[in-house]
Design a binder for this molecule. Structure first.
Ligand code: SF4
Length: 694
């Protein structure tokens, strides 16, 4: 059965066969064979080791197959009745906002849509956000303010092959999504050059023609310095700036003081490398600037991405074929997950929840009064931080997320979850967060249910059902419907079963109507088209519309059609190193694991590659500490401490420590300082000290 990978935003096409019978067979038994599809351009025949081994998720024995109530197996009616009764009681005592909802960037478009609707229409709570806030929200905020639209790559991924140069800031696709590297390799085979900015000499940085190695937290200064040089070296595309943008003069003035020697002092990147990077980008006809989490997950992430967009605009890149700016979204449905209403400040169609016209349109689709839609609620970390406090929610319904591992200051977040009167977790395995829950609801997973995903290109794709879920398991849509029936009034009304279908095609048809006229307009996209055309790009405002692979060719999505330069200024991180905490900690991924590891840590073949956390340090630092590879290290920040095995690697700066975040530990240390625009926490940088254990 042709479908897509359960993991990252590349959404590689794959075929699922075997198990207990292919289509219609029973999951949970037998070997499932995965092979790559060649018809999906994102991977065109490639998969990474996570994708190749994804069949183990379907055949594995770690699945939950019965609801748990306070750790004891119970039937579905007992579990859902308990949840509904507790929600009713808690909302009677604390009001609608006494109950919160937390979603995930891996949920299908249908789930994200129905979850947002359930929160606003049935629970009538404003307290809903999702883990995508932890992923690419700073890039989304920066794209929205520059272009009036946030679509990860506003061009097909295959355009990269035609670029003369790519600057990648803070991304490591050789480990996070290896088939992406094929597109960069195709560019280089045609003579294009790759520049990577990353404090670590990652697997991707090793592929680059030029590796800029800025100090952690200085990407913004780096981007300001590159723009300064682009201006002084005569690389600004004056005709493009005049015709397609506003605000260049103010930005040019703001970078005047970022002369190369000052940038070298702040970032540590030599002046000669800065000049070479600008020459590479400024002397080719087509170039692309990409950002990843390394540049984005900071308390100044929105401004950092804005600075790279300013550079792209000055060079005349966005909106030209084979050129542009793009964000390399991480989670499987990181793009679609932020478009359909599970975000605190948004309604379906990527509409703002405080826009009266948006409220009116969506309320009409939902069959309710616009005034009934609650206003914007807390962002993800602020929501988790408020749980169980006198002014915060007393209950949380959580779908497709594992914040005990993935949230910043994770020890504190776990304490907040423990303080709740009701925690309900829907998951396919007993994750660390599910282990704290009063009620655990076992769900179907990727190849056991149908649904659409929107990949990092803005291409809507179809995940097909290849196997039946194990007996006892329900889909998230069935769970939401079950709760709506218990809490929402008459089953045939907008708040009951009729308003909450469990059939993904029925949900998608409603999503199309709700998104019509919005920025992310899916009204012309159907399951049949997605299957026949191997994906359709939004916006697609009619069934006769071809979709929009390159939305900025003629105009940007701003009121006057012009892109906006926005002046930004470098500033220090949320916390800096000092005598007590003299080293930077930065966190990231390894090839064999995905996100919080709830899925990949349960796959033997992946654990055989990397089975636990580690602390990567430079040989000079190892010598200073008297530590050799394999010894245990304690890593201490102002929020907590953890341990890991030392890995000594000259690829990292000697003032920096790296830890992967797929295991408990790294996020006990991280700093929840928030970006003022996107509310993204500063995952990529905090101050730590190292101690030898024993
Ligand atoms: Fe492709 Fe990402 Fe899946 Fe790897 S994890 S196979 S890169 S979708």
């Amino acid at each position: 059965m042709a479908t897509h990978c359960p993991y990252c935003a590349l959404q590689c096409g794959m075929n699922v066969a075997g198990g207990a019978a292919g289509a219609g067979g029973a999951g949970g038994t037998g070997t499932v064979e995965i092979t790559p599809r060649t018809d999906i351009p994102a991977n065109s025949g490639g998969l990474c080791q996570k994708g190749w081994t994804a069949g183990e998720l379907l055949a594995g024995g770690a699945r939950l197959t019965t609801p748990l109530l306070h750790g004891e197996p119970v039937g579905w009616d007992e579990a859902l009745d308990f949840v509904a009764d507790r929600i009713r009681a808690l909302q009677a005592e604390h009001g609608p906002d006494g109950v919160a909802v937390f979603g995930g960037g891996g949920l299908t478009n249908e789930k994200a849509y129905l979850l947002g609707k359930f929160a606003r229409v049935v629970l009538r709570t404003s307290q809903i956000d999702y883990n995508g806030r932890f992923c690419m929200s700073s890039a989304a905020a920066a794209s929205n303010r520059a272009f009036g639209m946030d679509r990860g790559l506003p061009f097909p991924i295959t355009d990269l092959a035609g670029a003369g140069a790519v600057l990648l800031a803070g991304g490591n696709m050789a480990e996070t999504m290896p088939p992406f590297v094929r597109h960069l390799a195709a560019m280089r085979e045609r003579g294009g050059r790759l520049v990577v900015a990353d404090p670590r000499r990652t697997a991707t940085a090793r592929l680059a023609d030029l590796h800029l190695q800025p100090a952690p937290g200085t990407d913004l200064a780096l981007a300001l310095g590159l723009l300064h040089l682009a201006i002084t070296e005569g690389h600004v595309d004056g005709a493009y700036v005049a015709e397609r943008t506003n605000g260049f003069e103010a930005v040019a003035t703001s970078v005047a003081a970022w002369w190369p020697e000052r940038v070298e002092r702040v970032t540590g990147v030599p002046v000669a490398q800065l000049r070479l990077a600008v020459e590479i980008l400024g002397t080719v006809d087509r170039a692309v600037i990409l950002t990843g989490r390394g540049a984005e997950q900071h308390a100044k992430g929105t401004d950092t991405v804005t600075a790279f967009i300013n550079l792209a605009l000055a060079l005349g890149l966005p909106g030209r074929p084979g050129s542009g700016y793009g964000c390399v979204t991480g989670q499987g449905n990181g793009q679609g997950g932020r478009e359909h209403g599970q975000k605190a400040d948004q309604l379906p169609g990527y509409r703002r929840i405080d826009d009266p016209a948006a409220r009116e349109h969506v309320a009409e689709v939902w069959g309710i009064d616009p005034a009934e839609i609650p206003g914007p609620g807390r962002s993800a970390y602020e929501l988790l931080d408020a749980l169980g406090t006198p002014a915060g929610p007393r209950a949380l319904l959580l779908f497709g997320s594992n914040p005990v591992i993935s949230a910043p200051r994770a020890g504190h977040v776990a304490d907040r979850l423990r303080s709740l009167d009701l925690l309900v977790v829907s998951d396919l395995v007993l994750s660390e967060t599910a282990a704290l829950a009063d009620v655990v609801l076992p769900t179907a997973q990727w190849a056991e249910e149908e649904g659409t995903m929107t990949n990092l290109e803005g291409r809507v794709l179809l995940r097909r059902r290849a196997l039946d879920p194990p007996p006892g398991v329900r889909t998230d849509l069935e769970i939401i419907q079950g709760l709506a029936v218990r809490l929402g009034g008459p089953a045939d009304g907008p708040r009951g079963a009729a308003g909450f279908p469990a059939d993904p095609r029925a949900v998608f048809d409603e999503l199309r109507r709700a998104s019509a006229g919005g920025i992310a307009d899916y009204s012309g996209i159907t399951y049949e088209r997605v299957a026949a055309e191997t994906g359709v790009f939004w916006p697609c405002p009619g069934t006769g519309h071809p979709g929009t692979p390159r939305p900025f060719l003629d105009r940007f999505a701003t009121p006057d059609g012009r892109a906006r330069f926005v002046p930004v200024e470098h500033r220090p991180p949320g916390e800096d190193v000092d005598a007590d905490y003299p080293l930077y900690l930065t966190t990231g991924r390894v090839l064999a694991h995905y996100q919080s590891g709830a899925q990949t840590r349960r796959i033997a073949a992946l654990n055989a590659v990397v089975s636990g956390t580690f602390v990567e340090i430079h040989p000079d630092l190892a010598e200073r500490l008297g530590v050799s590879a394999g010894q245990r290290l304690r890593v201490v920040s102002r929020r907590g401490e953890t341990e890991g095995v030392a890995r000594v690697n000259p690829a990292i700066r000697s003032d920096t420590v790296f830890m992967p975040f797929h295991w408990a530990g790294a996020n006990l240390l991280t700093n929840p300082a928030l970006d003022p625009v996107s509310r993204m926490p500063e995952f990529k940088l905090c101050a730590v000290r190292l101690e030898r254990v024993g």
